[in-house]
Design a protein around this ligand. Sequence first.
Ligand code: GCB
Length: 597
Amino acid sequence: MLYPRMTEKRQKKPLDGVWMFQLDPNGKGAEEGWPAQGIPSPIHMPVPSSFNDITTSEEIRDFLGDVWYETFTYVPSEWMTERIMLRFGAVAHHAKVWVNGHLVVESHNGFLPFEADVTPFVNEEKMNRIVVKVNNELSWDMLPPGEVMEEVIEDGEVKKTLHQQHDFFNYAGIHRSVFLYTTPQTFIHSLKVGTDFNGKSGRVAVESGSHPSAFVHYSLKNHQGEVIAEGKGTKTDLQVPEAEAWSPEHPYLYKLDVYLKDEEGATLDHYYLNVGIRKIEVKNQQLWLNGSPIYLKGFGKHEDAVLRGKGYDPVTNLRDMYLMKETGANSFRTAHYPYAEEVLQSADELGFLVIDETSAVGLLSQGVPATGNLEPVFSNGKISSRLKEYHLDTLQRLIERDRNHPSVIMWSLSNEASTMEPEAEFYYKTLVEVVRKLDDRPIMNVNLMLIEPEKCVVSKLVDIIGLNVYFGWYSTPGDLKAGTADLRNYLDRWAKTHDQPIVITEYGVDTVPGLHKVPSVMFSEEFQVQFLERYHDVFDEFAEVIGEQVWNFADFMTKQDTVRVDGNKKGVFTRDRQPKMAQYTLQKRWKSPLREG
Ligand code: GCB
C-alpha cells in the first residue's frame, strides 16, 4: 500500500482536524444506527491523537471498549472520474469505518495503515459522512497481547480491567493522519526498491505492480533534477555509475519518478519515491554500511507525547529528530511497534538508521518486563495459532510498508518474548522464513536480561541479537559495581554461546529531572550519568557489541503502577523534550570517534 502522494495524476485531501467523538460503554452504537445517522451526543476530539488525555475526564482516559468518531467532507467534482480512496495511517486497536452508512473497511492492527476504495459510496453534491468505531481492548489473539477482565460491580454495571503485558500506556484512537486521495482508474499499486553500492557505483532494482496492459517507465533524478538513469518494465535495474551513497552523515536521496503509460505513450499515472542508495550487511560479526563497519548509537523510542499520547504530530517528530542529531545519535529502534510512515520519511531525509520493530511486545507472562518470574506462554497454549497468524501478517505488512526506506536497516521480530521455551523455536523459524522470502535486510530479535544465552532457542535463527540490560537497576538496585560486573558476565556468556553481533537495545534507569544527589542514588541525574558511563566501559570491552541504544529517548506514559511515577522516567529527555544531564554524557561519547575511529 503506497503512501498517498500528490502528483499531476493524483490528488489528496487530509481529513485531520476536529472530529466528533463519543464513548459507547454498552457497545450499542451500531444497533442504534450511528453508522448511518451519526453519533448522537458527541464532544470534540482532535485527529490524529489519542483520545485519552484530551479531556479532564477520568472515564475517558481509562475507558475500555468502543468509542466512535465522525466527520463530514465534500468530495471535489473533478474527483468523480477517479478512484477515490479513504486511508487511515493507523487506528488503535480495532476499527470499523462507514462512509454514508456503508461499511467500507475493518482493521485489527493498531500500528499499520489500512484503506478502502470508497468510489461507489461517495456523494458528488452532498456532504459525506465518515463514521469510525474504534475499540481499544487487547486480547491474546493480537499484538500487543493483553486481556480485559470483566466484573459486575453494582446494578449490573460491568467494570472492565485491562491486563497488559507491556510497559506503556494503552493509548487509543485515530493515531495517524486520515487521507482521502485519488488514483487514476489504471494505477501503480505497488513499488519495491532495492539498492546496492560498491564504493563507487550504485544499483537501484525496481519492481512495480500495476495493470498488465500498461507500460511502466522509471526516471531517477539527482538533487539538481537531472535524470541519471532510466528504465522500463515491471522489473528493472537502474545503474548509477557515480553514486552518492546514503548514510546518516550524508542522507542523499534521489527521486524516482514512476510513470504508467498507455500504448500511445500518454501518461496514465505518476507516483514518486525518495531513494537512498546504500548497502547494509552483516559479516565478520559486524554491521556494515556501504562497505564499512558501523556502530549504532542512539535510542529506543516510543511514540508518546504530552496530551496527544500516540497521535502523530510533525512538531514532536522533528523535535525528536533534531535532539537525536544534537546528541550524536545515528540510529533508533521503533520500540515496540511500527511507527508512523512520516517518522521513517524524516529518518530517510535527516539520516537515521532504523531498527524497525513489530508490535510483538510482551510475549511472556509478566507485567514490568525486566522483573519477575518467567512463566511459559508458548508451551501452555497461551500463544495460539491465531496469534502467530497475526504476528506473520504484521511482519509481512510492515515489510511491504517500509521496505523502500533507506533508513530501515533491519527488522526486529519482537521485544522480550519468552525465548527459552523450546516451543518458541518453531514459532520463530516460521517468522524468519517469511521475512527472508520478502526482504534481504538483517533480522534481529530482542531479548530481556532474564533470558539465559545458553538456553535461548531463537537467537541462533537471527542475524543480530538485541539485548535489554538493567543490571544495577532491576537487579542489585543501586549497586552499580555489582551491576556492571553482572553485565560483563552476561555479555561474556552471550559472546561465548553465539556468533552473531549484539546490539544493546535497552539500557537505562528512571531519573527524576532536577533530582541531584552526591553520592548518587537511584532516580538522581547523577545516577543516570554514572550508570551510562559504567555501561559504556563494559560495552567497549566487547568487539561483539556493535551498537548501543539507551532506553529511552524520552520519558513516556505507562499504566498506573507502584514502580512508575507518572510514567516511565528512563528518558534522556523529559516528556516535553528537554535534556537531563545524561544527554551531555551521551553527546560527549557519541560525537567523539567511537569504534569506527
Ligand atoms: C524493558 C522493556 C521496555 C520497558 C523497560 C523498563 O525491558 O523492553 O518496554 O519500558 O524494560 O523501563 O522497564
